[in-house]
Ligand binder design. Structure first.
Ligand SMILES: *[C@@H]1O[C@H](CO)[C@@H](O)[C@H](O)[C@H]1NC(C)=O
Ligand SMILES: *[C@@H]1O[C@H](CO)[C@@H](O)[C@H](O)[C@H]1NC(C)=O
Ligand SMILES: *[C@@H]1O[C@H](CO)[C@@H](O)[C@H](O)[C@H]1NC(C)=O
Length: 253
């Protein structure tokens, strides 16, 4: 009997920002997951996964992205996916954002961050590991384009499933974010925000969406630093959406 399994890469979006000359092009992979389906290569699942993903990544590479952002980086097949990405993208900068996972009570967040960071390897530098090992969020400065900084949030803290979402500043992430944005502004950096769970997921109200106070704060931060933040990227819900945020006067920011 054939096992019916196939790979589904939910949606991977290639952004080619020709209008932002200094930005070049980059790849944003929003989620990678596997869905049971009719497929003949399912005898050896690992091989099947590798084969399909490899095809997709090789195709993406043809666009010559200068860096790769990956929302929902982790999950059950993380070791396979990470290994393959390293093979395909070699020395390219890859920025992983953790998915909004609920750890079993027996598991500690600190161990989870440390463990997954071992798989990420040099995707995190020493500076990034300092915050990542404690909280799962971090920032990295890009070499190309050199004035770009990517701030990778752990938005799980803002979603109602997470016990810390009740706090005003869970895991100190708001304080940290605002400080990073102030520094970026002083240093004339442009910032991309990368995350997994997004602030407003299609008016879907589930426990993986932002609670109201964190939603409001997010909008407020983006409005306040609209001259610094040039893009916001996330991916968790199975749908596509572009969202423009306006300032209080109604101008796009
Ligand atoms: C699986 O897909 C193939 C090709 O698309 C098709 O010919 C076959 O009937 C399908 N098998 C099942 C069990 O759906
Ligand atoms: C470490 O992370 C990998 C990849 O997500 C996972 O497969 C493994 O079970 C984790 N190990 C521990 C001890 O948490
Ligand atoms: C989302 O929900 C808000 C509040 O319930 C409502 O005002 C708004 O029109 C909804 N937006 C969409 C796109 O459905």
């Amino acid at each position: 009997m054939r096992i019916l399994l196939t790979i589904l890469v939910l949606y991977s979006i290639l952004w080619t920002c020709t209008s932002l000359q200094e930005t070049g092009s980059f790849l944003h992979i929003t989620d990678v997951f596997w869905r049971r389906r009719n497929d003949s290569c399912a005898k050896n699942l690992d091989e099947c996964v590798k084969h399909s993903l490899n095809r997709l990544l090789q195709k993406s590479k043809e666009y010559h992205p200068s860096f790769v952002m990956w929302s929902c980086a982790g999950g059950r097949r993380a070791p396979t996916v990470i290994k393959l990405m390293k093979e395909v993208f070699k020395d390219m900068m890859i920025l992983p954002a953790l998915p909004p996972v609920k750890l079993p009570a027996s598991k500690k967040n600190l161990a989870y961050y440390r463990n997954i960071s071992n798989y990420f390897g040099n995707w995190l530098d020493n500076e990034a590991r300092k915050t990542f090992w404690k909280t799962g969020y971090y920032t990295r400065f890009l070499k190309t384009p050199k004035d770009l900084q990517v701030i990778v949030l752990n938005t799980a803290f803002f979603c109602s499933f997470h016990v810390l979402s009740e706090l005003d500043d869970p895991a100190g992430q708001w304080t940290w974010l605002v400080l990073e944005l102030m520094k970026a502004k002083r240093m004339n950096k442009k910032v991309y925000l990368l995350m997994s769970a997004t602030p407003d997921a299609f008016n879907i109200s589930n426990d993986r969406t932002f609670v109201a106070k964190h939603y409001d704060r997010y909008i407020n931060v983006v409005q306040t630093f609209s001259d610094v933040i040039k893009g916001q990227f996330g991916g968790y819900e199975d749908a596509e959406k572009f969202h423009l945020i306006t300032d209080k006067a109604g101008n796009n920011v």
